[in-house]
Write a protein that binds this ligand. Structure first.
Ligand code: PHE
Length: 350
């Protein structure tokens, strides 16, 4: 019959030997590390405390050996702590006087940009190259800039497309639901030709899930000049998808936005090479990446731009969605949790 009791004691003795080696090998260059070591071994919930509790389970004939080894471990740990502390004390004192000028510098840990910033910068870069400026505006908006000027008068049913966080009633103040509001501000303050993109944070009163969040980021674009046509919009989109994803096959599906007419949803042909491609495109190979359209003449009128003389196009995309595609991030919430294990993976990307 196997003697469980003595097996247990043998295992414990092995464990003690291992701990002794660990203590002997330990070294530290800061008081914090020594203190962490002390708590780990000698603290009131430390390893030694546990081992002394185990002592009662040790077979009587082995109690002596176990006890002695345990005491050795304890003395070693105590001596280690006081030795290291003394050493650190002395070396900080002598450092104060002389310092060691030949000592190599401490390496500086490289930080990482957040993936949303990385993707935002890439998008900005692509559009800057063809002359788009960057415009920004407030996150707390009035009704006019977020809705009414965009051809979404009060009680218009399309307001339901974007559930809104209201901050104040009468006059209505709200958290902007898209950065189209920035484009209205830009049109009010600038004369055509206009070429601008508006990156920024937007808010929608939606349930949080793997696919959607109540806070996210957008880049919206606006182009207004004489004789701007849908063909210009399409070419701009093809240029963008080629630069951003290395893919230029797109399709435009008719859609509806109150501020554009005609409106379209932009799909990119992602391909069906891998299992992931099948999963993210639901087996179709196509992925929706943004909305777009020709600026509705009413929107131009609302911002004092003559629709007889000028026309334009606009588009808008979610940065999270693009980041999730580019980096195959399965859950949008990972972009908001700031878990360093996730963020550190973007170290190599500028
Ligand atoms: N503002 C739209 C949204 O947030 C996107 C869009 C912008 C669509 C411009 C068309 C033109 O959903």
């Amino acid at each position: 019959m196997v003697n469980l009791q003595s097996n247990f004691t043998l295992a414990m003795l092995d464990k003690l030997q291992e701990l002794i080696s660990e203590v002997q090998a330990f070294s530290a260059n800061s008081k914090e590390k020594v203190e962490a070591f002390r708590i780990k071994f000698l603290g009131s919930k430390g390893i030694l405390k546990d081992l002394f509790t185990e002592f009662k389970n040790v077979e009587p004939s082995q109690k002596k050996e176990f006890g002695q080894t345990l005491n050795t471990l304890k003395t070693l740990a105590e001596t280690k702590v006081s030795e290291l502390n003394n050493h650190l004390e002395n070396s900080t004192q002598s450092k104060k006087v002389y310092g060691d000028l030949t000592r190599p510098g401490e390496p500086i840990e490289l930080g990482t940009r957040h993936p949303i910033s990385i993707v935002k910068n890439q998008i900005i870069d692509v559009f800057s190259r063809i002359g788009f400026t960057i415009s920004e505006g407030p996150e707390i908006e009035d009704d006019w800039h977020n809705f009414t000027a965009l051809n979404l008068p009060e009680y218009h049913p399309a307001r339901d497309m974007q559930d809104t966080f209201f901050v104040e009633k009468n006059p209505d103040m709200l958290l902007r639901t898209h950065t189209s509001s920035v484009q209205i501000r830009y049109m009010e303050n600038n004369k055509p030709p206009i070429r601008t993109i508006s990156p920024g944070r937007v808010f929608r009163n939606e349930d949080i899930s793997a696919r959607s969040h109540c806070i996210f980021h957008q880049v919206e674009g606006l182009y207004i000049d004489t004789d701007v046509s849908f063909a210009d919009l399409k070419q701009t989109l093809i240029y963008f998808t080629k630069e951003m994803f290395g893919k230029s096959k797109i399709r435009l599906r008719p859609s509806y936005f109150p501020f554009t007419e005609p409106s379209a949803e932009v799909d990119i042909y992602w391909g069906l090479k891998t299992e992931t491609d099948y999963r993210i495109t639901k087996g179709t190979g196509w992925l929706e990446i943004m909305g777009c359209g020709m600026v509705d003449p009413n929107v131009l009128k609302n911002t004092n731009i003559d629709p007889e003389k000028y026309s334009g196009f606009a588009f808008g995309m979610g940065i999270e969605r693009i980041a999730m595609l580019l980096y195959q991030i399965p859950d949008i919430r990972m972009l908001f949790e700031n878990d360093v294990r996730f963020l550190e993976q973007f170290k190599s990307v500028i």
